[in-house]
Design a protein around this ligand. Structure first.
Ligand code: IMP
Length: 429
């Protein structure tokens, strides 16, 4: 079976959009399995730029696109994104979009709670996208969620809404907020129900049929491993499991379906939101990386924090996610630097560490140990073969591979689809 699972190997924003677009043009099905509309995937197709937050990237090319049960779904964000893409000429119908009936819904009360908590947290705030992702996942595991299939029975939602609202009203009271207007919430759900339900399907069945037919399935991860709720920089993480293993549970296909696990990794490091970042640069090099790399969030427009490549973190990401090979992106952003640093270990209280410690205070306190390599002055932008890369750039890539203990399958040298060096085709495995 030639399936591919794509995940982010850092804190998200690794340039997954371009790689996923290239792979989705060769897949039969593209499936999202976690996260929600906190994701921001930019696809450049010809002279059109598509910005996706919730829909699987395959939708732009008409490939069957599936939103799995592991995703939290904001019905109004879904409608807005479908309308935006339709206006850009993308046809979205029940023939090319299917949504798991078991997806929990993100409601306006989740967005409210996300913002109330962030505003009240001062220095301790997580820096969420304020889209209600965390509160919606909390209600899912708290067994209070309203799910897509419940929209078929809005008239019977009374007791479920009572339970959910009782929980939220108590939290809202703590923030001095009025109780939820249940009649209004029910009315809003009734109005959006048909729009969502046209896409609702038992997608585990669709995917299992596709598997039996030998179709190529592309699992499209969102965010990155360092934002994983278990393996990331907790509590400065998102509320889902972003590792490749989630592709199975988040869609209803067994773990054997993951296929080639492609970790997307930027040639340097960025992060949006709060939390530890050992190799962060507060100097002109950090500034330069941000400017050359256009490091502004797709979803929130926030400036991304920038720093050197952290081989310790990426090695850990590749290990916990079972990465088969990486796609190294934005190499050209490093062009013209005199020297380039790579973090190869940490110092913590007189000790040397070869992995990221679990405790938040230790994560904030580690000092990076750097190895410095000579940079290159030539441009790597648009390179499509090893022969077009300067020797020092190849040396950098080889050293990265060695340190992260994972081979490079692709190198991306510009946002254009063709500007890619293909070392190993993930679908050919
Ligand atoms: P949440 O997912 O909105 O709860 O935000 C939790 C953390 O994940 C914050 O640091 C966000 O900035 C970060 N985050 C969520 N989605 C993305 C993404 O797609 N790219 C990068 N960071 C993200």
């Amino acid at each position: 079976m030639a399936n591919v699972t794509v995940i982010g190997g850092q804190w998200g924003d690794e340039g997954k959009g371009k790689i996923v677009d290239w792979l989705s043009s060769r897949a039969d099905v593209v499936a999202r399995f976690q996260g929600g509309h906190n994701a921001g995937h930019t696809l450049v197709v010809g002279d059109q730029v598509y910005k996706l937050s919730l829909l699987p990237s395959g939708i732009v090319r008409g490939t069957l696109s599936v939103i799995g049960n592991g995703v939290v779904l904001d019905p109004w964000a879904l409608k807005a994104e479908v309308e935006k893409l339709t206006a850009q000429g993308v046809a979205i119908t029940p023939d090319n979009l299917q949504i798991a009936e078991t997806c929990p819904l993100i409601l306006p009360i989740h967005r409210d709670l996300d913002a109330l908590r962030e505003d009240a947290s001062g220095q301790g705030k997580i820096g969420t996208t304020r889209r209600g992702i965390g509160p919606a996942y909390e209600d899912k595991v708290g067994r209070r969620a309203i799910r897509v299939c419940d929209l078929r029975h809005v008239d019977d939602l009374g007791p479920q809404l009572d339970r959910l609202c009782a929980h939220h009203d108590a939290l809202r009271a703590g923030f001095g907020q009025a109780p939820i207007d249940r009649a209004r919430l029910k009315q809003d759900l009734a109005e959006i129900a048909d729009f969502v339900l046209q896409f609702a399907k038992p997608v585990w069945l669709t995917l299992n049929d596709a598997k039996h037919k030998g179709s190529r399935i592309l699992f499209e991860g969102a965010q990155g491993v360092l934002l994983d709720v278990d393996h990331g920089t907790y509590p400065f993480v998102t509320s889902s499991n972003t590792i490749a293993g989630t592709a199975a549970g988040g869609t209803g296909l067994g773990p054997s379906a993951a296929g080639f696990v492609l970790g997307i990794v930027k040639a340097y490091t960025t992060r949006v939101g709060s939390g530890p970042f050992p190799t962060e640069l507060d100097d002109e090099i950090g500034q330069r990386l941000g400017e050359r790399g256009h490091e502004f969030g797709t979803v929130t427009g926030r400036k991304r924090r920038c720093g050197w490549f952290d081989a310790v973190l990426v090695r850990q990401s590749c290990a916990v996610s079972g990465v088969t090979g990486i796609a190294l992106t934005k190499l050209d952003v490093l062009d013209g630097l005199e020297e380039i640093k790579i973090c190869t270990g940490y110092r913590l209280g007189g000790e040397t560490l070869d992995h990221f410690p679990a405790h938040a205070a230790d994560q904030a306190a580690v000092e990076p140990i750097y190895e410095t390599i000579e940079g290159w002055q030539e441009s790597t932008a648009g390179a499509r073969s090893w022969a077009q890369l300067p020797a020092q750039a190849i040396k950098y890539i080889r050293r990265v591979e060695e340190l992260i203990q994972c081979p490079v399958a692709l190198v991306s040298t510009s946002p254009e689809r063709e500007d890619t060096i293909l070392v190993r085709d993930p679908f050919a495995d």
